[in-house]
Design a protein around this ligand. Structure first.
Ligand SMILES: [Zn+2]
Length: 385
């Protein structure tokens, strides 16, 4: 385990979720690779350049912990099982055309592959890309991994897969998620957070997307706890869970779902810390209150203080004020800060509110720099060190 102390630089800990917009040149390379116009080596060269640029600029923000922006991944959800969003490099026993993970407020959807047989094994662990990114970093790195509850959606909602029961499949994805986290720590991650965007969506009851009305939230919590049961109390301090209402193409999938459908349940997940979308909530006080009420003494609450879907950078003072307000509801010793979500969870993302992914990258780094500065100011004001 790393000896990273998240309080050293900023008093109140601060940490990103994970993704950054891919530069337009990299997005074009993904499309060219899918079309068969460039080789895998050509794509990897573009990924490498984007990772190097991402880490350099991340470090320039003053952030005490950095990430590679998931520049080598198809998406936050599908990196273990496919090389690209179009399905090039799909893992065995999967085919295109599975369930929609989400249908977003702007009408676009994101579809998962479909399980056709067993077993399901990861083609790629987060540690594989982290190991390639670490040599560029001078600061500790965090790593995001996908939750077993997201990959559970690969299994058809009502039709069993012949010769591979849901129970067998779920045991496989729990073990793969455990391996994903362990390997990330082994290669050098200082912290690992589990992306759990499907949590709030699980109570949406959207007739266009039947799994959201199937009452799956308690089962999702249980799957995540089966993973965490494989780690010691000490290890779990460095393992987080991220919740958000989605953040793709500057649109959301579950912002209109009452947050309290999720929060009391979410803190039953035995993680050491939570990265909680909050700045884009219309009414923040009740959410701070719920977080304070339902989180446990052994759970750090990293509240979202920047909105990756908006091109307006929140000022450091605005961020400081939000943290000070949150401390009225959440014990200041258990407060941390984060961005509401990754800045671009899918490899192809035009970032329409921003005008271009390249401009969205500029804005993302400004937001991160302001988050770090605002957090430092709030720690001074609250006397947290
Ligand atoms: Zn998110």
């Amino acid at each position: 385990m790393s000896d990273y102390n998240p309080r050293t630089d900023t008093g109140i800990p601060t940490e990103p979720v994970g993704s950054l917009p891919r530069p337009s040149t990299l997005q074009a390379a993904y499309a060219d690779y899918d079309a068969g116009n460039i080789s895998k080596e050509d794509l990897e060269k573009e990924q490498e350049a984007a990772v190097k640029d991402s880490i350099e600029r991340f470090e320039a923000t003053g952030s005490p912990i950095v990430a590679d922006g998931e520049q080598r991944w198809s998406s936050f959800a599908t990196y273990p099982i496919t090389d690209t969003l179009a399905g090039t490099g799909l893992a065995p026993n999967l085919a295109p055309g599975g369930q929609f993970f989400a249908i977003f407020a702007d009408g676009h959807g994101r579809q998962l592959p479909k399980l056709t047989g067993g077993p399901l094994k990861y083609n790629h662990y987060a540690a594989d890309s982290l190991a390639k990114s670490l040599p560029y970093a001078h600061k500790p790195m965090k790593q995001a991994v996908i939750a077993p509850s997201m990959l559970a959606l690969l299994y058809p909602l009502s039709d069993p897969v012949a010769g591979y029961s849901r129970e067998e499949f779920e045991e496989d994805i729990v073990q793969e998620c455990v391996a994903d986290i362990r390997k990330a720590f082994e290669v050098g991650a200082a912290r690992v957070s589990i992306d759990f965007t499907e949590g709030r969506l699980a109570t949406r009851d959207d007739p266009r997307n039947p799994w959201t009305g199937a009452g799956l939230l308690p089962h999702f919590i249980e799957l995540n706890n089966r993973v965490l049961a494989n780690f010691s109390d000490e290890e779990r301090k460095s393992i987080g869970v991220h919740t958000c209402p989605g953040g793709d193409r500057d649109s959301v999938h579950s912002a209109d779902v009452p947050y309290n459908n999720l929060l009391p349940e979410m803190f039953k997940i035995n993680a050491g810390y939570f990265l909680i979308q909050l700045s884009s909530e219309r009414d923040r006080d009740p959410v701070y209150e719920s977080v304070g009420q339902h989180s446990r003494d052994d759970q750090m609450c990293y509240i979202g203080v920047t909105n990756p879907l908006s091109p307006r950078p929140e000022s450091a003072q605005e961020i400081c004020d939000a943290i000070v307000r949150a401390a009225d509801f959440i014990p200041k010793e258990r407060l941390g800060t984060t961005d509401d979500c990754g800045f671009s969870p899918f490899s192809i993302d035009e970032k329409p509110n921003h005008g271009s992914p390249d401009y969205a990258r500029e804005i993302a780094f400004q937001k991160i720099a302001n988050r770090v500065e605002g957090t430092r100011r709030a720690a001074e004001k609250l006397g947290v060190s």
